[in-house]
Design a binder for this molecule. Structure first.
Ligand SMILES: Cc1cc2nc3c(=O)[nH]c(=O)nc-3n(C[C@H](O)[C@H](O)[C@H](O)COP(=O)(O)O)c2cc1C
Length: 542
């Protein structure tokens, strides 16, 4: 373990905490004149305009979430277009007071969308082989590099998606804490890809052995001259997309290196802002969290959990994915039925055969501290959901002695759900979530408690992975909430140590990495909603 890397990560984590007596360093006032362009484009690249809504998808979300396989869609351009549309594509435009902004199928802190997506593909069905960048604004692919014929063999059975982050997009608004948000957003995006793949009968799977340096070579992120200063991209993760598991030969660092050799990148990235504020702390943590070829680590064992209980929801998965939104307020009245709450929590358990955990396959390191406000038949209070029962003894030691650890009547035993304190937890939830009412007016809100020190001791890059896991949990909650006729909202703004203090946690053994809330939404009637792709009507496709 590189101690320098670890101490850099810890120093960043501490410095980027919001505290009751002061927020993490930020830009102060927002510099609207330099707001980053939310859409990246590469001038001088060959473009392929993708077909919109071409594949008829009639797969209820209830079946996707419980792992029912449908006949896989053909691995062609139409399928790829659908995958990208349902994960990174636009879902609507919003308009208010002369401003207009796009929403996407994946959520994003501050709607700033730091995550970019690259597709590695062999030649097929009108798509040229090579490295393509997805542009959500006009649902097109830009070819950054032509591929070697060797790609045709390696990528015959699927595609590879590589996700990157543009730190500046988030740092413009959030300053030092932005690095965390980029990781959250990447986790949401990974889960969004997994659900989108499932609607096509495909699966997504992390390529565990592809190191960052090779991802940078494969996406062109390594070519710093192709980007304006402070606007380069940080690679995050590579995902196999296919009808089944990734070929073993593909998930080797050596294969990634072979694919990357001889790529000639074309195109110049658009400038996103005229001026920037440089956050040296973000550069430092990014460097410290670089992922090398990881030592082999255990994947989650299959079939550890009983089947996920079904839900009553007839909506097709693609409809639900497109309609997903963050609630901007909650009614403070709606009570969620108990059984629905149990199945929603159950969907957060890491079943490796179900989306989005089929993409993840790593041991769970993030557990939930739940602020229960309005669940029918459940005493309001603070609860704990363990996503891995084996951590119970360590948490019992770490959490205050007066916690009840009471089993919840009627909850499936495998859930690992405990009541810690019976209380009206609304004020605490609101206060801890940066005084946001959405944490108190909902049915329940939560903090995601990570096995922080243990994860970092296995490698500094696990810092990123903990946030990715938290983001994936957030995406499950967004879709499960939508399916329950409720709505969710990610909460990146929270006072880290206030949650730790509430539970009596000290040191870095356990850290809260993300918050979330689910309830009966209130609409903002001032906003006008417009369709996502009306501006593309009558387009030609490649
Ligand atoms: C990581 C993350 C953190 C977020 N933090 C907050 C928050 O603290 N407060 C809030 O009201 N919304 C928060 N949101 C919701 C975003 O503002 C929302 O996703 C974005 O505006 C896009 O809207 P949509 O989710 O409806 O597509 C967060 C979302 C994400 C993904």
């Amino acid at each position: 373990m590189n101690n320098n890397a670890l101490s850099t990560i810890i120093a960043y984590h501490e410095a980027s905490k919001h505290r009751l007596d002061g927020y993490a360093p930020g830009p102060g006032d927002l510099d609207w004149a330099n707001q980053p362009d939310p859409f990246r484009r590469y001038a001088g690249t060959q473009r392929c305009e993708l077909p919109l809504r071409v594949t008829p998808l009639q797969m209820p979300f209830s079946e996707i979430r419980s792992g029912r396989k449908q006949t896989p869609a053909a691995l062609n351009l139409a399928g790829l277009a659908t995958l990208l549309e349902l994960s990174f594509g636009l879902s609507a435009w919003k308009e208010y007071g002369g401003s207009r902004w796009a929403l996407r199928c994946n959520p994003s802190s501050g709607n700033l969308h730091p995550t970019e997506c690259y597709v590695l593909a062999a030649a097929r069905d009108g798509l040229a082989s090579g490295v393509h960048h997805y542009v959500s604004y006009d649902h097109s692919l830009e070819r950054r590099a032509e591929a070697d014929p060797a790609w045709d063999g390696e990528l015959a059975g699927g595609f590879v998606l590589i996700l990157t982050s543009i730190h500046w997009r988030e740092a413009w608004k959030y300053g030092l804490r932005a690095y965390r948000y980029c990781q959250h957003d990447c986790g949401h995006a990974m889960a969004a890809v997994s659900y989108a793949a499932a609607t096509l009968g495909w699966r997504a799977q992390i390529l565990e052995n592809w190191p960052d340096a090779v991802l940078a070579a494969l996406t062109g992120a390594a070519h710093k001259n192709d980007f304006a200063e402070h606007e380069s991209e940080a690679v995050e993760v590579a995902l196999w997309i296919g009808c089944g598991n990734a070929p073993e030969s593909l998930d080797l660092a050596q294969t990634a290196t072979v694919l990357a050799s001889g790529l000639n990148f074309v195109g110049q990235a658009n400038r996103l802002s005229a001026k920037h504020v440089h956050w040296a702390g973000i550069d430092a943590v990014h460097l410290a969290a670089e992922r090398p070829v990881p030592p082999s680590s255990p994947l989650i064992s299959p079939a550890q959990w009983p089947p996920l209980a079904p839900i009553d929801c007839s909506q097709d998965a693609d409809v639900l994915i497109r309609q997903r939104r963050s609630a901007v307020g909650f009614d403070g009245i709606t009570a969620m039925p108990t059984e629905r709450w149990f199945t929603m929590l159950d969907a957060l358990l890491p079943r490796p055969e179900l989306p989005p955990w089929d993409a993840w396959q790593r041991p769970p390191r993030v557990h939930l501290i739940l602020f229960v406000h309005r669940i029918a038949g459940i005493t309001p209070g603070i609860y704990l959901l363990l996503r891995d029962h084996s951590v119970a003894p360590a948490l019992r030691q770490a959490i205050r002695e007066d916690a009840e650890w009471a089993e919840v009547a009627g909850a499936p035993r495998h859930l690992g759900l405990f009541r810690l304190f019976a209380a009206d937890a609304r004020d605490a939830a609101r206060l801890i979530s940066c005084r946001q009412d959405i944490a108190a007016d909902s049915c329940f809100s939560l903090g995601m408690l990570a096995e922080f020190e243990a994860a970092l001791n296995a490698g500094a890059w696990h810092y990123r992975e903990l946030f990715h896991e938290a983001g994936m949990l957030g995406q499950v909650l967004y879709l499960e909430a939508e399916a329950a006729g409720l709505r969710g909202t990610g909460i990146g703004c929270y006072f880290d140590d206030a949650l730790h203090a509430l539970l009596g946690l000290s040191g870095h053994g356990w850290q809260s990495l993300y918050h979330f809330t689910v309830g009966g939404p209130l609409d903002d009637p001032r906003l006008r909603t417009l369709p996502p792709y009306a501006h593309l009507s009558g387009r030609q496709v490649c």
